[in-house]
Design a protein around this ligand. Sequence first.
Ligand code: F6P
Length: 360
Amino acid sequence: MPLTNRSTLTQFLIEERRRFPEAGGDFNALILNVALACKAIAKAVAYGELGGVLGSHETEQGGSINVQGETQKKLDVLSNEIFLRMNEWAGHLAGMASEEMEQPHPIPVCYPRGKYLLTFDPLDGSSNIDVNVSVGSIFSILRVAEGGAEATAEDFLQAGNRQVAAGYALYGPATMLVLSVGNGVHGFTLDPGLGEFMLTHPDLKVPEETQEFAINASNSRFWEAPVKRYVDECLAGKTGPRKKDFNMRWIASMVAEAHRILMRGGVFLYPRDSKDPSKPGRLRLLYEANPIGFLMEQAGGRASTGRLPMLEVQPESLHQRIGLVFGSKQEVERIERYHAETQAGDRDIPLFAERSLFRD
Ligand code: F6P
């Protein structure tokens, strides 16, 4: 391949840092370690069955259920290990929290501690691993209040608007790293020959309008009224109140849906529902909703619980789940409006407020 004038991730980070001459090199080194973890996971994913990493992870006790009550795949466990090992040694972090671990991972005593916290979902969409459909890793970087001390679970309970950076790697037909350090959203494609992420998609913007939505419709009987109303209106197409036809997608890898939305717009919903009263949503605030929310907002889109801007939610626990809606701004605002109207309706005429437009 001839030499191109594309930036590498390293060059991009160094140029970004020049805008903040007071910043130390820790942050850049941290992002590069995260990127290295993503490259290692990309390699494991790409080997598939040949790497002997497909299927469920059996513990010594014979189980394979993680802290989320979900079946853990071998690749979930391996990806988690990769994130921990690639990031614990360098002295930039005070702690890490992973979707796969009940408690934060302390930095081993033999290594120095730093001022950042890293949270991650090492392999999102892992039900897709064994069927060779795209999966990804999601990460978020926060500042710890007290640099140098070991991080506690409480240290991670920061609202999404305090994130310093967030991003994901998508292990699709091409491996991509999509990153925001608080100055827009930038996409890098892995050049497998060079082993470098190259800047291929600078300054991504989510189109404000869309005709595409993503939701797991098998849950429709558990949805709340505003979500039913929104989906009913999309399904009604040209002859309905929206006066246009909609298209629907569901990959079941949230990271891949987020990527599609960053590329061509759309809206994603995994809303709060009544399926399991112990879970006020399926997705996790710290490992999924906040980092993706940060990217969406940085790209001119929006992320919300339906009731509140996602990035304003004060987390209450490490593995908190939450209803999540994100994507094209106008659609997310419409869904928020439907929630607000339902709430107002609940106050005025409680009997009718829970009705959707086309269905009871
Ligand atoms: O981590 C959760 C996740 O795998 C997301 O990536 C995805 O959007 C969702 O679960 C799929 O859920 P369901 O199996 O209900 O479609």
